[in-house]
Every structure is written in structure tokens, then in C-alpha cells.
Design a protein around this ligand. Structure first.
Ligand code: HEC
Ligand code: HEC
Length: 198
């Protein structure tokens, strides 16, 4: 744990370059497991009737900070915001995340190419107009669940996907005023912009 908390989870160049990478990866994975377990146990309460929206937002923010900030930025302004907080030696993302690489890569592909998955250009999430194309919050959730985080879609558990989608609504200023946490069913009732899917 040193200077940049946001980047503690980001692996080092040595992960690609040396065989000793396994331990670094294991540490990273152990960290991910801890976060996943924490998220899951606290997320259990989200299905309990009466769980508050505030508590859900807190969980969603934690998921976002760990799994989304790296590409979309802490306030959801997009890739430029995300990149700006990286230390200098990691600032040139494409040095390792080669733009022509696929968005998801196996460890074998990483070892073979000595490079990692492409990052793409993460769009802003704090833009209510951009999110309108999902029609409603269930559409947004379905997209996020199927495709994000882009380098490993589906890695979060069900509750974490709901919580982080609710946090994205918050970033975009699209969260309905209410006290209770939103369930998956509730999401369909939250219209984004036009109110119906294309
Ligand atoms: C590796 C970088 C990366 C990570 C990590 C990532 N995203 Fe993305 N995201 C992208 C890119 C790039 C796009 C644009 C579509 C594409 O290329 O897949 C995108 C698109 C989106 C969109 C659609 C926005 C729009 O206006 O069309 C949403 C919503 C989204 N991401 C949410 C999330 C959430 C929530 C997380 C965390 C669970 C996350 N993303 C993690 C890179 C990332
Ligand atoms: C020196 C090489 C290198 C540079 C530079 C680099 N990365 Fe990475 N990155 C890696 C490696 C290695 C991994 C782990 C890949 C794996 O295990 O599948 C990784 C993983 C990631 C992940 C997924 C894990 C996480 O922490 O969320 C994201 C997102 C990411 N990098 C974003 C970036 C961004 C944004 C930049 C530029 C600001 C960047 N990286 C610069 C090597 C690099």
C-alpha cells in the first residue's frame, strides 16, 4: 500500500515480463476475492424489504470504485478522468494495453503477446443524455451485467451489478427520489430520458 490508493490493485509491468508474476497475480486475486466476499455479504441485505437506498448507494459506490473507476473515472467523466490519476510510469496505458488487442484476454494470450487487453475509450457515465439510449434502468443494468467490467464481464455477483447500476444512475443524476433500495424489478420502472427502449 503506497502512494496511490486507486492504483494499488493495478498490476505491475513485472506481471507480464517475468515468471515470478504468479505471486503478484495471486495477491491481486486475493484482494479481489476479499472485495467480492465483502460485497456479497453486505449485498445480502439488498433483497431484504426496507433496505435503504443510502445503504445501496454506499455498496454501489464501493463496487464502482473497485471495478469501474479505473476506466470511467471516479466521478464518471470518462477515460481522461480515469487516466489522469495514474502514476507517471503507468500513464501511457497503450504501452501494455495495446489498442488492437481484444477487450478480454486469457493469461496464455498475455504471456504470448507480452501485452494485455485493450482498454477502449470509456465514455462518461455522468451524462443523462448518453444513458437515455438504454430506455430504462433495467436496460442499463442488463448492458452493464453483460459487458462490464469490459476486461472481465460477469465477474461481479448479481447484487453487486444491481448496486453498481444504481450508483451509475446516481452519477448521472437519474436516481428517483425514494427511501428504499431498488430491486431488479424496480429498475424497469426507472425511465431514462425517452422512457422506452429503441
Ligand atoms: C477496461 C475499461 C473499462 C472498465 C473497467 C469498465 N468499463 Fe464500462 N465501458 C468501457 C468502454 C471502452 C465502453 C464503451 C463500449 C465498449 O467499447 O465496450 C464502456 C461502456 C460502458 C457503459 C455504456 C455507456 C454509454 O453511454 O454507452 C456503461 C453504462 C458502463 N461502461 C458501465 C461500467 C461499469 C458500471 C463498470 C464497472 C462495473 C465498467 N463500465 C467498467 C470500458 C470499461
Ligand atoms: C506497464 C504495463 C501497464 C500499463 C502502462 C498499464 N497497465 Fe493496466 N494492466 C496491466 C496488467 C499486466 C494488468 C493485469 C492483466 C490481467 O491480469 O489480465 C492490467 C490490468 C488493468 C485493468 C484491470 C484490473 C484493474 O485494476 O481494474 C485495468 C482497468 C487497467 N489495467 C487499466 C489501465 C489504465 C487505464 C492504464 C493507463 C492509465 C493502464 N492500465 C496502464 C499492465 C499495464
Amino acid at each position: 500500500m503506497d502512494d496511490t490508493p486507486v492504483r494499488d490493485a493495478h498490476p505491475d509491468r513485472t506481471l507480464i515480463a517475468t515468471g515470478a508474476s504468479a505471486s503478484a497475480l495471486l495477491i491481486a486475486l486475493a484482494f479481489l476475492v476479499v472485495v467480492t466476499i465483502t460485497t456479497r455479504s453486505s449485498a445480502d441485505t439488498s433483497s431484504v424489504a426496507g433496505a435503504s437506498l443510502d445503504a445501496q448507494l454506499e455498496r454501489g459506490q464501493a463496487v464502482y470504485a473497485f471495478s469501474c473507476t479505473t476506466c470511467h473515472g471516479a466521478t464518471g467523466s470518462g477515460f481522461a478522468e480515469a487516466r489522469a490519476v495514474f502514476p507517471e510510469d503507468h500513464y501511457h496505458c497503450t504501452r501494455c494495453h495495446m489498442p488492437l488487442n481484444p477487450p478480454v484476454m486469457t493469461q496464455q494470450q498475455i504471456d504470448q503477446t507480452q501485452s494485455v487487453f485493450s482498454l477502449g475509450d470509456a465514455p462518461p457515465l455522468n451524462d443523462p443524455h448518453a444513458l437515455a439510449r438504454f430506455g430504462n434502468a433495467a436496460g442499463l443494468h442488463g448492458y452493464v451485467r453483460a459487458t462490464m467490467p469490459r476486461w472481465d464481464p460477469g465477474r461481479l455477483d448479481d447484487d453487486a451489478y444491481i448496486d453498481v447500476s444504481v450508483f451509475v444512475l446516481h452519477l448521472a443524476g437519474l436516481l428517483p427520489e425514494r427511501d428504499d433500495a431498488l430491486s431488479l424489478d424496480d429498475l424497469a420502472g426507472v425511465a431514462l430520458g425517452r422512457g422506452t427502449a429503441d
